[in-house]
Design a protein around this ligand. Structure first.
Ligand SMILES: [Zn+2]
Length: 89
């Protein structure tokens, strides 16, 4: 289980190196699936990659609009248009 978690984390980190690629989307989805399987809490960095509403892959650097207000990060999903806040870690 520990090893799977390490793999999932590595995938997450790799997504950040090139979030625009098709591979990155697959890696993100795979990482999420691993965390679900081993029932571990997903890291903040992985959650950021997905829209809270439509659950689609929308990395902050690509499809999301980001605003910072009152110490909160405000996201707008580029796919469904949902706006939601994520507090700073
Ligand atoms: Zn969305």
């Amino acid at each position: 289980m520990k090893r799977l978690k390490a793999v999932a984390w590595k995938l997450t980190v790799e997504v950040y190196s090139d979030p625009a690629s098709e591979l990155a989307e697959k890696q993100a989805l795979l990482a999420r699936r691993i965390y679900e399987k081993i029932r571990e809490r997903q890291p903040y960095e992985l959650k950021l990659l997905f829209c809270k509403k439509c659950k689609s892959y929308s990395p902050p650097m690509l499809s999301k609009r980001i605003r910072i207000r009152n110490g909160m990060i405000l996201y707008t999903c580029g796919r469904c248009g949902a706006t939601y806040r994520i507090p700073f870690k």
